[in-house]
Design a protein around this ligand. Sequence first.
Ligand code: DC
Length: 223
Amino acid sequence: MIIAIDGPAASGKSTVARALAARLGAHYLDTGAMYRAVALKALRSGVALDDRASLGALARDVNITFEHEGDSPVPTSVLLDGEDVTADIRTPAVDEAVSPVASAPEVRAAMVPVQHAAAAGPHDVVVEGRDIGTVVFPEAGVKVFLTASAEERARRRHSELSGRGVEVAAEAVRTGLERRDEADSTREAAPLVPAHDAVHVDTTGLAIDEVVEVIAGLVTEVR
Ligand code: DC
């Protein structure tokens, strides 16, 4: 079964999706990491972020893979053309570049088949992104749209960045998130909108375990 987890930046998707995958023994696919890897490659190659044709060519050419530690189904690293870029795709520069890159239909057209291939197989997969329940896997068995208040999301992202030694003012984190959500929600290609049949879960003030519990309950219901 595909379990689609969509929602705005810092709504808790990654933490929840990973914990859910571990709990269900399911695989996990982070599609945001794929768009981030393309954005990193665009920055490194000096491709203009509004040059959709070149971004598309770059996205069709790129090789993005996920590496697992031991036999864990939840990957620990992201490789871009064989290089471990796990930390490099989570910098403020990539945060800024990724929205314009992800809004290019040419880039999305290149990424969706890779996402389908990555999730293929007999196992359950928790897939996290913005358009998973609407575009990538509209037939997903469970669709969740995670939200959290703007304050909570900014606080989470700020503490995540500080934890990795990236010093950014809290206010800048909040305006950056808001700008990205606005861009992701209003773009023409696969915008961030809840699927009509998604279950909305507001994670503000909830512990990770509580959110995982709710979604695991939905999975049990449809089995
Ligand atoms: O989830 P994230 O913050 O790592 O996502 C990075 C960016 O990629 C975000 O601006 C939205 C975009 N994205 C997307 O357009 N479609 C997806 N399926 C996943 C992410």
